[in-house]
Design a protein around this ligand. Structure first.
Ligand code: FDA
Length: 304
């Protein structure tokens, strides 16, 4: 049953009509728990509170499945505005982007052009930009683009998903680029031909790749809310004398705030993922797919 509910949310996340309806009616159904708000002002306000609590942030202007050059340019403009706002307000945050929102499905060239504009601006401000990993159909292309840009920019990173069979190989390969990686379990619905179907295998591979990347001496964003993985990594880094400057824990806004606070109090760097913008529906549906228990929370908030 849980699998069916999860698959339904994954499908809804990609449904264009549902996305359009959601945009029209604004942040509803309890989405405010996971999304900072519609505008950059809401996002800045949210990051200020995170900073006050001793944590840093990464801002994401929400948007995916963009299919025209104009939409990609609009998303790029919003990313540039986000970088300007981070600089102007002095909040502690970097930027995280989806290549599909910057035009990857329109053309590789347009996407790279937009990413360059964003990376140039970030460089000017001494800031950092991470290119996220989306569904498997974008994986190779995203890595190729990352490698191309990494040759030119220091301030770029990407994401690797533990559920893919290819991941261990990618971690080895990216070691040659001294890659700053966010490591995640993986959030999309993938076929058993490319991804581990069993959660226990994903969890095992997740721990393996985090340890490898850390041992290779690379900066690592350990992006999870999983207590078991976090405890394992605390033990691993202590035992192997890996400096706390070489990694950070990353969590999503609105999820496990208790754990974010506890890690901060214990002297670990915690970065909170803060999404904002009108295109919130797909992101929200993926959070529900990960944890169908959240649906109860949603039902309670739908009519508020
Ligand atoms: P797991 O799913 O095993 O959950 C462990 C525990 O965390 C649960 O028992 C629960 O307590 C809590 N939890 C997890 N999800 C929750 C939810 N939605 N609501 C409430 N509680 C929840 N994926 C991707 O494919 N590409 C990407 O670029 C990114 N980027 C990214 C950034 C950051 C900062 C994070 C934290 C995650 C991502 N992800 C991602 C998503 C990631 O792949 C994964 O789907 C989620 O992190 C859920 O997996 P966990 O590691 O938290 O473990």
């Amino acid at each position: 049953m849980e699998k069916i509910v999860s698959n339904t949310f994954q499908t809804l996340a990609k449904n264009k009509t549902a996305n359009r309806m959601a945009q029209k009616y604004g942040l509803k159904m309890g989405a405010k728990r996971f999304v900072a708000g519609d505008s950059i002002l809401h996002a800045i306000d949210c990051v200020r509170k995170i900073n006050d609590a001793g944590m840093v942030a990464m801002l994401n202007y929400l948007g995916e499945y963009v299919h025209t050059e104009e939409e990609a340019s609009e998303a790029t403009r919003n990313c540039l505005l986000t970088l300007d706002s981070i600089y102007d307000t002095g909040i502690k945050s970097n930027l995280t982007v989806k290549s599909s929102s910057l035009g990857l499905d329109v053309s590789r060239e347009i996407c790279v052009q937009n990413l360059r504009k964003i990376l140039e601006k970030a460089k000017e401000y001494g800031n950092f930009v991470r290119i996220e990993m989306e569904d498997y159909s974008h994986c190779q292309l995203t890595l190729d683009i990352y490698k191309e840009l990494r040759e030119e920019y220091e301030n770029v990173g990407t994401v690797i998903q533990a559920y893919l069979y290819r991941t261990e190989q990618d971690i080895d390969d990216l070691n040659h680029y001294n890659a700053n990686l966010r490591l995640v379990k993986g959030a999309y619905k993938e076929s058993p031909e490319v991804a581990f179907p069993k959660k226990s295998d994903v969890d095992k591979n997740f721990e393996t790749i985090i340890k490898t990347h850390l041992k290779n001496g690379n900066y690592t964003g350990i992006a999870t809310h999983d207590d078991a993985v976090i405890n394992e990594m605390i033990g691993f880094t202590e035992h192997n004398h890996i400096s706390r400057d070489q990694f950070e824990f990353q969590m999503l806004y609105g999820i496990r705030s208790d754990l974010q606070k506890l890690l901060t109090e214990n002297g670990y760097k915690v970065r909170v993922y803060v999404p904002y913008g009108v295109d919130w529906f797909g992101y929200f549906m993926r959070r529900l797919a990960e944890r169908p228990e959240n649906v109860t929370f949603v039902l309670k908030n739908t009519f508020k």
